[in-house]
Design a protein around this ligand. Sequence first.
Ligand code: ATP
Ligand code: MG
Length: 388
Amino acid sequence: MDEIILLKLGELVLKGLNRRSFEDKLIANARRRLKDLGKFRVYTKQSTMYVEPQEEHCDLEGAWTAMTRLFGVVGLSRARACNKTADAILETAKEYLGEKLQTAKTFKVESKRADKTFPMTSIQLSQYVGGELHDMYPHLQVDVHHPELTIHLEVRDYAAYVHADPEPGAGGLPVGIGGRAVSLLSGGIDSPVASWMIAKRGIALEMVHFFSYPYTSLEAKEKVLDLARLLTPWCGHMMVHVVPFTEIQEELRRSCPEELFTVLMRRFMMRIAERVAQRCDAGAIVTGESLGQVASQTMEAMRATTAVCSLPVLRPVVGMDKEEIVRVARKIGTFDTSILPYEDCCTVFTPRHPRLRPLPGELEAAEAALDIEGLVQAAVEHIERVRV
Ligand code: ATP
Ligand code: MG
């Protein structure tokens, strides 16, 4: 109970965002992530968020892991609380940071004193604790400019805290502060990464998946739901809209030139995604497209798919190489699931010679034979919604 987590808040200081709403959102997101881990007190003070366990059986380890994935946090450290006397602080530093004190070669002590009734100044406290530690660990050199280990001491209203340097946090902005978007989630590597990148910018997501049963299996759908679940520690809980797509694909295959199939199919995806966006009040559509990766990812194809929707289409991985995307996928934990070998709806219907540069007029001509509104309506009406 005497160990707590300190989180350093991110970008708001730089961006002049409304601090109150940033902090409120961050606190609400943190509380939601901690809900099943025990009773915690969560509050902010001076650009720091405090997560304090309130019961003996709180899962602090789990809380730490959850907080490393909380967007809006740039750094986090564990701190040990102790009595507000110089000797208690020294004892705590020795005990709590003993291992670090043994392995580091250089160190310094930094103190902050919020409680002005504490009898020493910050400088006196740093000098006292630093001097005693130096005597106890003679191999340690003081280095005030680039120390390996910085020991932070804070004297606050109710207790004093001892902690070492923070570890890097997830960065970004608190999810939800920038509104909502719908993200097109396939079973591949790119779209989970694209979703994560947009969530990191403070956007809450709802997922849309196009499902082509029986061309793609129930296992393929489960895999997509698993990917969405893997994103929840970062993005929070979300709705996955599973759109039945088979009828549209079969209709396209019956009525349209094969070489345009992929782009025509993607135009339907965008139309349907926009309907979902309207319903959930989303301000943008996210995709995992990357320039030049496959035939449907040329500038002309992107123009043709963007043309059928009025919302902005965000493509955060558009300029990334596959290796760069894979690196993020590994880091966020989606890679191993993404590479599981299930068919996806695009590969099942891939034309032998896809047109790389469709002309806008050509697509409209091909679509003239279709009841676009009817097909979109039917798909939207039969959406299955799964909360993850
Ligand atoms: P990914 O690795 O994300 O599957 P990809 O390289 O396979 O991407 P495409 O198949 O051309 O590329 O798909 C481009 C984007 O279109 C995907 O990143 C995703 O956002 C969206 N998309 C493709 N198929 C589906 C699907 N079945 N359901 C939802 N979105 C899809
Ligand atoms: Mg794909």
